[in-house]
Structure formats: C-alpha cells, structure tokens
Design a protein around this ligand. Structure first.
Ligand SMILES: O=C(O)CCC(=O)C(=O)O
Length: 262
C-alpha cells in the first residue's frame, strides 16, 4: 500500500478556503498514484475557533462527505479525511470520516480523548467507540491527536488486528518531541505501521509543528516531513508485520492477567 500524508497548512476559522485547499492538495498528491491519502485533524476550521465553532462546524459531515466521496471515486483512492469540527444532532464532535476507492464512507470515528488542557471537553462531545476498517483488504485504525497518548486505545486496536494506524493531529511546536516519540513508541510496541499526519502553520497564537512521518512496525521512520506544508509518501510492505511478529512475538508473550488492578 502506497500512502501519502498531506501536512496541510489550514487557515483558522475559514472553512471555505480550507475545503478548497484540501481539494487542491488531494489532487496534487493523487498525481503520485498513492492508494491512500491522509489529512490532519480539524483541517476545516482549525483547533478550534471557540466563539464560532457551532457556526463554522460542518453539519453532520455533509460537506466533507460530499467532497471526499467524489474525490475518492474520481481519483480511485482511499481517503482518511483527517478530522473535522462537526455538528451532529446539534452537538459538536471532532470526527474522522474514511472513504474507499468506490467513494463510499466506510467508517466514522469521533475523538474519544478530548484535550482538556485546551478545554476541548468544554465544547465537544466525547466519542464512545473505537473504529477499525478495511482498506484494500488491510485492516486499519484511526485515532485523533491527544488519543495517541493513550496506550490502551492503540493496544485495543492492535489486538483487533490492525496493521496500519492513522494518527491525524494538530499538534503544537512546544511538544513536538512528544509527538515524535509517542508515534514511534506506538509503532514499535504494537508492531504496526503508524502513519501520523500533523498540521503546519499558525492558528491565532498556536504554531503547529509538522514533522508528520510514516513509521514501520520496526520503528524505522520511512519518511518524515519538515515543519512546512508538505506531502510525504511511502510504500508500506504489509508482509513485514507478520515477519516481525514471527521474530519478537509480543502478542504471544504478553501477560494480560497481570495488567488489571485488583
Ligand atoms: O497532547 C498534546 O500535547 C496535544 C494534543 C492536542 O493538541 C489535541 O488533541 O488536539
């Protein structure tokens, strides 16, 4: 599977401009003929225009679903639609939509761990379930930004058999070392590919750190972006997931009976 990650530089609180830019960047990325394209977190509005979140949010993902189902079908590729600020039944969610090559929306994930440090939980509702999906016969999962700090969340997706984890984020510069280390650790400990896609640019006073990367199940960084808007691409050889587990088999050797507080 060839994957392209779009490290997009969104404009804060300007959905019209951001939908246009996302489409342009997807069309540019598609020229390299990837199987799957990935966008960052809350690319439609930025994270998040407090006063205007309700007004600027997509409505039940309608605008996003229309754009991505058209593009994925026309360009014959899968799209992990980053995440969007989304109004569902009148309440806000940070939602990721996933599309296959036929233009079908095959999965939907609402961010489960809201970033209380920036009061995301005062405005948004928590997702209540994890999500896995198949892309071209490969089982995959998605998590959103702060979610990557929760080792249990990624482990449960790994135990459900994913080979690729997509991590979509708007992760700021001051903690970019956490971003890089957490993504690499999740890849190594779960023996999965981790495709992590951050934003670049500035939203109000926050500077986003870029440094998106695609990491192998052995922890090798196959490709890494700078801190500017950029598209990175790598080919993932899914067979190596099995090969690694045939050498160091952490799934056989783990001791779940010890991992509960009595
Ligand atoms: O965990 C962090 O340091 C950043 C998280 C974040 O910015 C988010 O979840 O949107």
């Amino acid at each position: 599977m060839k994957v392209s990650a779009i490290q997009m530089n969104m404009e804060f609180a300007n959905p019209d401009k951001n939908y246009k830019r996302a489409e342009e960047l997807i069309r540019v990325a598609a020229k390299d003929k990837p199987d799957t394209i990935v966008l960052p977190e809350t690319w439609n509005t930025g994270f998040f225009p407090v006063e205007k979140t309700m007004e600027l949010a997509d409505e039940d993902g309608k605008r996003t679903i229309k754009l991505f189902s058209t593009l994925s079908k026309e360009l014959d590729l899968n799209i992990i639609g980053g995440s969007i600020v989304n109004k569902k039944g009148g309440s806000l969610y940070n939602t990721s939509y996933i599309f296959n090559r036929k233009g079908e929306c095959i999965a939907e994930y609402d961010k489960t761990h809201l970033f209380s440090y920036m009061h995301e939980d005062d405005h948004f509702n928590k997702g209540i379930k994890t999500t896995t999906f198949d892309l071209d016969g490969i089982k995959c999962g998605v998590v959103i930004c702060y979610d990557i700090r929760f080792v249990e969340l990624v482990r449960i997706l790994a135990l459900q058999g994913i080979s690729i984890l997509f991590v979509v984020a708007q992760w700021p510069v001051p903690r970019i070392n956490h971003w890089e280390i957490l993504n690499q650790a999740r890849a190594i400990e779960n023996q999965i590919f981790v495709v992590n896609v951050n934003s670049s640019g500035i939203a109000e006073e926050t500077v986003y750190g870029g440094h998106s990367s695609i990491i192998s199940p052995w922890g090798d960084v196959l490709v890494k972006a700078s801190s500017e808007e950029e598209i990175i691409t790598a080919k993932l050889d899914i067979e190596i997931v099995k090969e690694i587990r045939n050498t160091i088999n952490v799934y056989n050797d783990r001791r779940p009976e010890l991992y509960i507080i009595k």
